[in-house]
Design a protein around this ligand. Structure first.
Ligand SMILES: [Zn+2]
Length: 296
């Protein structure tokens, strides 16, 4: 009994120490005291929101390509929908410059980080001499750039049938204002004078009865040659290809996309240059086109 009394007394005597030890909070799990805001941490009224509070609106980058072909000297000479007069072209270039548009080249698409509003690509198809004669001086005048997609076999050293010469292509390319792209060597219906064949095989279309192997070889050999010749004559390998008549098909597009980083069609529309750069739309400009109706 005496032993029991001492034991109980011992327990009672040690209780504070036992309780204190049991309740002794571990520093590591002590909740941190609520921080007392200091005066200088209170957000100040500023014009700009703090970085973390900036709810950036989702902006879908949108770019437009504009397509021209032949440029003729006077309005009265315009016969076809793909031709524009020099006056129309200059009025378009002036409108772009006056409205703060920047024209970049297809090769710029490969390194573009952010898409600035009011950015366009201006292209000219086929390779007409009038592009050098009338359009090229206007680029410098209005601070613009343009790409010309040439039908390689129709460009010569000496002027032939109103097409550009290689000297002119090289001069324009070296100015930095013009990029020379491919419009094929001989896939632009040479048997029909370059014109569209209604109901026939156009551009990179498949010939009747042509095997897959022959079809791929015919198209890729032509396009590879167009790259080689442009590189040899102009000094820069083309990265862009414009489908003749905008005609393509899923089968052959795959092989063409492997040859060119950028490919252009001819249907209207806009695109996000951060996405795939193949089969990009281009808006054909005619005498009746008003740029403000496209670039909105
Ligand atoms: Zn063409």
């Amino acid at each position: 009994m005496k032993k029991l009394f001492f034991f109980v007394a011992f327990i009672f005597a040690m209780m504070p120490a036992i309780l204190f030890t049991a309740c002794d909070p571990d520093d590591s799990i002590m909740p941190e005291p609520e921080p007392t805001p200091e005066t200088d941490t209170i957000p100040q009224q500023t014009d700009t929101l703090p970085q973390q509070d900036t709810a950036k609106p989702v902006v879908v980058p949108k770019m437009y390509n504009l397509t021209y072909h032949k440029v003729v000297a006077a309005d009265s000479l315009v016969k076809y929908t793909t031709q524009v007069s020099v006056q129309k072209l200059e009025s378009d270039f002036k409108w772009l410059a006056d409205n703060g548009y920047t024209a970049i080249l297809p090769r710029d698409l490969l390194t573009i980080d952010t898409v600035q509003p009011k950015t366009v690509i201006i292209t000219f198809d086929d390779g007409y001499y009038d592009n050098y004669l009338y359009m090229y001086p206007l680029l410098e005048k209005y601070g613009l750039k343009a790409e010309i997609n040439v039908i390689v076999e129709w460009i010569t050293e000496e002027r032939k049938n109103g097409w550009l010469t290689w000297d002119e292509c090289r001069e324009m390319s070296q100015s930095g204002l013009v990029e020379i792209g491919s419009h094929s060597c001989l896939l632009h219906n040479p048997s029909n004078g370059g014109s569209y064949i209604l109901g026939g095989v156009n551009g990179v279309g498949r010939e009747t009865g042509e095997s897959d192997e022959d079809y791929i070889a015919r198209i890729t050999n032509d396009l590879q040659k167009s790259k080689d010749v442009i590189k040899e004559r102009v000094g820069i390998e083309p990265i862009a290809f414009a489908y003749p008549y905008g005609e393509g098909n899923a089968f052959i597009n795959k092989y063409i996309s492997e040859l060119f980083a950028v490919t252009f069609l001819t249907h209207n529309g806009s695109y996000n240059p951060k996405n795939d750069l193949h089969l990009l739309p281009r808006n054909t400009i005619t005498m009746s086109t008003q740029l403000e109706n496209i670039l909105k």
